[in-house]
Ligand binder design. Sequence first.
Ligand code: HEM
Length: 330
Amino acid sequence: MGLWFSLFAVVILTFVVFMGVEMGKLHFLFGLVVPYAAFATFIVGVISRVVGWARSPVPFRITTTCGQQKSLPWIKADNIESPHNTLGVIARMALEVLLFRSLFRNTKVELKNDPRLVYGGAKWLWLAGLAFHWSFLVILIRHLRFFTEPVPRLLGLFAGIDGVFEIGVPVLYISGLIMLVSVTYLFLRRVFIPQVRYISLAADYFPLFLIIGVGLSGLLMRHFFKVDIFKVKELAMGLVSFHPLIPEGIGIPFYIHLFLVSVLLAYFPFSKLMHLGGVFLSPTRNLANNNRMKRHVNPWNYPVKVHTYEEYEDEFRDKMKAAGIPVEKE
Ligand code: HEM
């Protein structure tokens, strides 16, 4: 249900922009208004969600159980798994963000016919996830050529490496291909693994279809339905310099690409894609496990009126004695 709904939504979005530009000549709307509105939604949305998380109380350190905490000197501590200082936290966070370290530990449980319950590693998700995110980043960096004038030399070098196999004219960028293949794997695993399919919702499929749509429209535009790249650059420079203009005659494939990117941007703050910001605010990743070294006092603790045992005994001593209950003070 979620799958078909999401696919339908992305197809409709593509249809809307196609009709809007082809029939309605709404170049201004899809070339300027929508991208600006989407970008503003993205910035405001991301900031407000991050501020919301940052303001949530985190009263104690959540220790993860898979690493030895620092304790007695003769017990070997694991300063990446269970860091006790900022350096360890930085190392743990960097490995998480750059290499998806915790996903590397992903396991699979299977019930064999013998019958035996077998636990095994499951690295494909990690590999595809990593490949997808890194290639996406490379594509974004390469796209900076549309938004900079003069284009930094480093970007040219970067694109040169990405197109090193020199397949086709214009050359096929490896990152574009890797992104599409890996995101397709991420989609197919949701469809073909019954347990994953069972827990998958429209909120899981929609971003996947949207990203497939963005990648596919980009690749098709580069290799098959060519658009005037100089005019695209004029439009992009107009957008970033706040002197917006719509050059005549940029092909529809570009408007489809730009619209799907805009939808992705606007949808981002309301979706699970916010894990981009969330990972940095994740208490199991960003707090040092120094509970044994430092006393953490809950900062909003209000003074609690307590009734100590001494006070209790003072109050009930006579009754306690009469009932034969032992007392500490005679
Ligand atoms: C989430 C952001 C975006 C993603 C993931 C993305 C993805 C892609 C991909 C995969 C390609 C295929 C060729 C390649 O690998 O470079 C491509 C091409 C292209 N994209 Fe994007 N894109 C994004 C944003 C944009 C934006 C904002 C623009 C507006 C200027 C744009 C304009 C283009 C153009 C003009 C091409 C054709 C490039 C060429 O012919 O050399 N893209 N895009």
